[in-house]
Design a protein around this ligand. Structure first.
Ligand SMILES: Nc1ncnc2c1ncn2[C@@H]1O[C@H](COP(=O)(O)OP(=O)(O)OP(=O)(O)O)[C@@H](O)[C@H]1O
Length: 595
């Protein structure tokens, strides 16, 4: 079966820290339009629209069940013997963990729902006698700082082996009988998962997590990967060194994922799977023997505009990747699972009877015990009551983590600074475009100059010819024709001169404009203002001032962008100048307000 990666975009509702933000996404069932809105009609009418189409869009009011419904067909395929993969991708705090792993009874995520669904479906197949035996097991690993570890047994050393598909050596796998088994394992694994508080998310996942189900039935063997990717985040000087290091690793592996998706979508010969642990492990889910669904989680808030745009561009590319999934059937003459396990037990018992050293015997005993547990479908870890108590205390501690005060000035400043930095990058890009446009004008100017000289020479030759006619021959039809041509050429010459003047004026204005824009690298000024505010540690009206500042600086950046776009698209220098003047005045006003 050859199938493109399916893409579902989930737009979550605004969260507390975004309550003053504008919504920058308009949604339909399969398409959406992004527009950077400031709330000011004058500026907003010039904002660019970015349109996207996907297989499905989950709106902010979509429930966890609605989202699971979109994943159901993939889980059915897994039950019928196809490898399947569901991956959540997005900026930090965009809702990936909520979508995949939420264990809140009222809002269960895809992993617990999938467990329940798989167990129910398998039981029903057994009851209908369509299936006589099966074994379902679960594993849970994380990639933190490019290191792979087992969340269910963190002391275990893991290794990736790539034969025809990637496999993890030494990874623990637990047999699953019910939904509760998986919930217990997830809760146990979540405690070993690397999380920390970021500027955007008070409990942010700093690792990529891959939970997998392995199903073996009478005649098929299949795997289901449920992946919660760590969220990308912009590096900032305010990050502590460990946080900075984590963020670097996350961004590098996500950028390799981007490169892999790019190479696959462009049908390149070399796919850089080996450049990161994440892509090595997902190599089969991306372009291989898997059916895959990508859930791209995004926030509708204008403060995440650029990051959301990037996530959607990534998702749009992923849609073009084609997987080649085949049903994994096993030969009927191979011994069934129970028989295989029984044979292994007798083999190990045989070895035991042959009197090995004490150490070997205890290892073998342990192996026999594990296998018996597996055979009895009792393979699920039994936590001792003390272990359970410790786990509960840890859970309660995590639940009671003090919620981050997002009004805390430092955090707010960081947010504003980060936005300003990306706006500045955007501006610089536009200045470069403007420079290119000016260069084009210069080339055009030179061309018209050359044409003008050629026409002047032609005119001289014609005038000379006329003088000769006047002196030598009677004035005839030919001479009248020549003088008409001269009139036309003179007209053209005048036209070219006018055009040259206009071009000169445009170039001068353009140069002035670039100079102004460069001076307006005045985000420097804005940063200075921020720094001053931080130093003064303003209280009381601080929040109001910061909000006002954020709105106004945002609007300013828009004015500048609009100006450039007008210059580029409509070639309307005058109109653009008015905006620029307006922007400069507004900038002065903002500065006055904060000085
Ligand atoms: N669809 C939703 N409805 C309601 N709340 C949501 C939704 N999606 C996410 N949230 C809330 O948004 C916050 C961030 O979500 P979550 O932790 O899942 O983000 P994340 O993308 O996993 O972030 P990170 O990459 O930092 O781990 C949480 O408080 C979560 O409860």
């Amino acid at each position: 079966m050859s199938d493109n990666i399916q893409v579902l975009v989930r737009v979550r509702p605004l969260i507390d820290r975004e309550k003053n933000d504008k919504i920058c996404i308009n949604l339909n069932d399969n398409s959406l339009v992004m527009k950077e809105t400031t709330g000011n009609e004058l500026f907003d009418q010039y904002a660019t629209d970015y349109s996207f189409a996907f297989d499905k869009i989950a709106h902010p009011d979509s429930t966890q069940e609605d989202v699971f419904d979109q994943a159901r067909s993939l889980i059915d395929s897994f039950i019928s013997g196809y490898n399947s993969s569901i991956m959540a991708y997005g900026l930090t705090s965009s809702g990936k963990t909520y979508t995949m792993f939420s264990c809140d009874d009222d809002n269960l995520g895809i992993v617990p729902r999938a467990t329940q669904y798989i167990c129910d479906q398998l039981d029903s197949l057994v009851q209908q006698k369509k299936l006589s035996k099966y074994s379902l097991s679960f594993s849970f690993v994380q990639i933190y700082n490019e290191q792979l570890s087992d969340l269910l047994n963190p002391t275990q050393q893991l290794k990736i082996r790539i034969t025809d598909q990637p496999e993890i050596e030494n990874m623990s796998q637990y047999l699953i009988k019910s939904y509760q088994d998986v919930i217990q394992l997830i809760q146990h694994g979540e405690m070993n998962r690397k999380t920390s508080q970021t500027r955007y998310n008070e409990l942010s996942s700093r690792s990529h997590v891959i939970s997998s189900f392995f199903l073996e039935t009478n005649n098929t063997v299949s795997k289901l990967n449920l992946v919660d990717l760590a969220g990308s985040e912009k590096l900032s000087s305010a990050m502590q060194s460990t946080q900075g290091q984590e963020t670097k690793y996350i961004n590098t592996s996500l950028s390799t994922l981007n490169k892999v998706i790019y190479a696959l979508s462009e049908h390149k010969q070399h796919i850089p799977y080996r450049d990161s642990v994440l892509t090595k492990l997902l190599s089969d889910s991306l372009g291989g023997n898997y059916l895959s669904l990508l859930i791209c989680c995004v926030s509708p808030a204008s403060s995440s505009f650029f990051e959301t745009l990037n996530s959607l561009r990534f998702a749009e590319r992923a849609k073009r990747v084609v997987n080649k999934a085949v049903k994994n059937e096993i030969q009927n003459d191979s011994p069934d699972i129970v028989e295989k396990l029984e044979q292994e037990i007798s083999r190990l018992e045989g070895i035991l009877e042959n009197k090995h050293s004490g150490e070997q015997i205890s290892v073998l005993k342990q192996q026999i015990f594990d296998l018996q547990q597996t055979l009895n479908f009792g393979g699920l870890v039994e936590f001792s009551s003390t272990e359970l108590k410790t786990l509960q205390i840890e859970l309660d501690r995590k639940k009671s983590l003090p919620s981050l005060d997002f009004n805390n000035s430092l955090d707010k400043f960081q947010l504003v600074l980060q936005k300003q930095e990306s706006n500045l990058e955007y501006l610089l890009q536009k200045i470069n475009q403007q420079n290119n446009y000016l260069n084009q004008l210069l080339v055009e100017f030179e061309l018209t100059q050359r044409q003008k000289i050629q026409l002047g020479q032609k005119l001289q030759r014609l005038q000379f010819k006329m003088i000769k006619n006047d002196c030598g021959k009677p004035i005839g039809v030919e001479k009248l024709g020549e003088s008409d041509k001269i009139g036309v050429l003179e007209g053209e010459l005048n036209g070219l001169e006018r055009k040259n003047q206009i071009l000169k004026a445009k170039i001068t204005k353009g140069k002035e404009y670039i100079k102004q824009m460069k001076q307006m690298d005045g985000t420097e000024l804005e940063k200075k203002i921020l720094k001053e505010m931080k130093l003064k540690n303003l209280k009381g009206d601080k929040k109001e001032k910061m909000n006002k500042y954020q709105r106004e600086s945002h609007a300013l950046v828009n004015i500048m962008k609009n100006k450039i776009e007008i210059v580029l698209e409509n070639n309307n220098i005058d109109g653009a100048d008015k905006f620029c003047t307006g922007a400069l005045e507004a900038l002065k006003r903002t500065r006055n307000d904060y000085e």
